[in-house]
Design a protein around this ligand. Structure first.
Ligand code: NI
Length: 229
């Protein structure tokens, strides 16, 4: 399931990120790629262990953990330190079809996670560049994603995906992975649907409506049943 989360970062935050990132030295994106993906990856990244990448990454994580829709959709256990990349039309940047590594380790913190979900947080407006669509394949076909700056997409890390060549301008994004407390994608999807329905019911009937309270209890008990925490 693909889930888009709007306005994770404000436009002012995005502008600040871009100003900071423009002043940075970038490196070849293949430094963090696995053997297969290195063969098809052509872009640039902020050095993952650089002070600036860590600082911006903390800001992304703070925004995520304050976002109810993200928490409901991902039920995150561990979030990998966000990375930052850019694709320039002038250099023919793109990222061919690949699957992300199943396990990711961060040498700086020692954190090691199973990558259940991949995340792309867009940091350039769609009008700033042509091409650069994130194409994700799932059971229902392939989906093109290109979101406003500040929005993100969550998708199963197990899916084949690619970034089409950027033909004009520059695509800038943050990308990272997370391990969910709910490993099973179908169970996670049920939890998300249930939570959305409860929120709508609570809006209509009030949080203290007896059936809403019961459903809220069922929601938490399902998490209790499925969660690895
Ligand atoms: Ni990838």
């Amino acid at each position: 399931m693909l889930i888009c989360i709007p306005e994770v970062l404000s436009k002012a935050d995005v502008a600040d990120f871009r100003r900071i990132m423009d002043a940075c030295t970038w490196e070849d994106g293949r430094s963090t790629a696995g053997a297969q993906s290195a063969m098809v990856k052509r872009n640039e990244q902020l050095p993952p262990d650089s002070e600036v990448a860590r600082r911006l990454g903390h800001r992304v994580i703070s925004a995520l953990t304050a976002n109810p829709r993200f928490l409901s959709a991902a039920v995150p256990l561990h979030i990998f330190p966000p990375l930052f990349n850019r694709y320039a039309a002038a250099d023919g940047h793109h990222f061919g079809v690949h699957v992300d590594n199943a396990v990711r380790g961060d040498p700086l913190t020692g954190l090691r996670i199973r990558t259940d979900l991949s995340v792309t947080l867009f940091l350039a407006e769609p009008e700033e560049y042509d091409g650069g669509e994130l194409v994700i394949e799932d059971l229902y076909g392939s989906h093109e994603v290109k979101l406003p700056a500040g929005d993100l997409v969550l998708y199963p890390a197990s899916s084949l995906h690619l970034v089409t060549p950027v033909r004009r301008g520059m695509r800038v994004a943050s990308f990272f992975w997370l391990q969910s407390m709910i490993r099973d994608a179908q169970a996670r999807s049920l939890i998300f649907d249930l939570d959305n329905s409860i929120q709508m019911l609570a809006g209509r009937l009030g949080r203290d409506d007896p059936e809403t309270v019961k459903l809220t209890g069922i929601y938490h008990n399902l998490i209790r049943y499925w969660a690895e925490a």
